[in-house]
Design a protein around this ligand. Structure first.
Ligand code: A3D
Length: 320
């Protein structure tokens, strides 16, 4: 079997972590790309020099030219700027939109068959911009946010209940922002839905609400601690789980920022929904039967994505 090629556009904190993890997992040849000269080359060499110690044989290259990503099977996009304390994800829109236009042109030319995972914030608007700028099919361009948001929720729940993270499942819908919708009804401890655990008095509704809010604020909590940037370890593993599902045709059902074409009554926008990722890309979108309260929270969240996409269209009218 030919080796897979994984291209990482943006070789900053998340890009570097993705390169290291991809090499350790021997997912294929790794291409680190960045506009800053020396950074992708330096990170590629540093990670390659760790391979004799760890004993993995992954090839890594660093580049400042898009030609280096030619023939990539998977492209993970983290190019742009992260937020600093006091900034919202939406504050990044203007600068990262320009970056998505450049990356989109590179993808169109050199990696039109790739499965593309966008991580750059504000996520749901940036994945829309990236798909529009690249012209790649909707089912091959997806955003990573839900896996991370659900992982944060799962971690907080495992701490609260003092159980293994392995036995905690969680589902988070909507846009990757303050209005995201952690769905308690579809989140479980050992298969027991959270509302049942409230009834069983394992947790109070008030405490559960606090954990839901901490999940919504999960990104800001890390930004507040780091002060110089945003989270990168958990975002990197989350994006890689989506890449692996595609490369290995695992058909994992993961919350993804997927293009909605009528699902949930929404057309022409990306938003976080459960989806199956196979070797085809986004294979299936799962349409849940939401309660009216869940539906109104989801609508509110999607409305904020819509506002951001409209802002993108105003700034870059030629984009779409
Ligand atoms: P950072 O370490 O700054 O890396 C970004 C890299 O992008 C830098 O190396 C830049 O040089 C590079 N870059 C800038 N402009 C371009 C360009 N035009 N072409 C190619 N590369 C460019 O940031 P990071 O890795 O911490 O975060 C990257 C992005 O991910 C930010 O927008 C974050 O807000 C976002 N992020 C998203 C999540 C989600 O869950 C969606 C989580 C955490 C971070």
């Amino acid at each position: 079997m030919p080796r897979s090629r994984i291209a990482l556009i943006g070789s900053g904190q998340i890009g570097g972590t993705l390169a290291h993890l991809s090499a350790i997992k021997e997912l294929g040849e790794v291409v680190l790309f960045d506009v800053v000269e020396g950074v992708p080359q330096g990170k590629a060499l540093d990670i390659a020099e760790s391979s004799p110690v760890e004993g993995y044989g992954s090839k890594l290259v660093g580049a400042n030219e898009y030609a280096a990503i030619e023939g990539a099977d998977v492209v993970i996009v983290t190019a742009g700027v992260p937020r600093k304390p006091g900034m919202s994800r939406d504050d990044l829109l203007e600068i990262n939109l320009k970056v998505m236009e450049q990356v989109g042109a590179g993808l169109r030319k050199y990696a039109p068959d790739a499965f593309v995972i966008c991580v750059t914030n504000p996520l749901d608007a940036m994945v829309w911009a990236l798909q529009t700028a690249s012209g790649l099919p909707h089912h091959k361009v997806v955003g990573m946010a839900g896996v991370l948001d659900a992982a944060r929720f799962r971690y907080f729940l495992s701490e609260e209940f003092d159980v293994s993270v392995k036995d905690v499942t969680a589902l988070v819908l909507g846009g990757h922002g303050d209005t995201m919708v952690p769905l308690t009804r579809y989140s479980t401890i050992g298969g027991i839905p959270l509302p049942d655990l409230v009834k069983m008095r394992w947790i109070t509704q008030k405490r559960l609400d606090e954990i839901v809010q901490r999940t919504r604020d999960g990104g800001a909590e890390i930004v507040g601690l780091l002060k110089t940037g945003s989270a990168f370890y958990a975002p990197a593993v989350s994006a890689l789980s989506m890449a692996e599902s595609y490369l290995k045709d695992q058909k994992r059902m993961l919350p993804c920022a997927a293009y909605l074409n009528g699902e949930y009554g929404i057309k022409g926008l990306y938003a976080g929904v459960p989806a199956v990722i196979s070797a085809k890309g986004i294979d299936r979108i799962v349409e849940l039967d939401l309660t009216s309260a869940e539906k109104s929270e989801f609508t509110k969240s999607v409305d904020s994505v819509k506002t951001l996409v409209e802002a993108c269209q105003k700034i870059a009218p030629n984009l779409g």
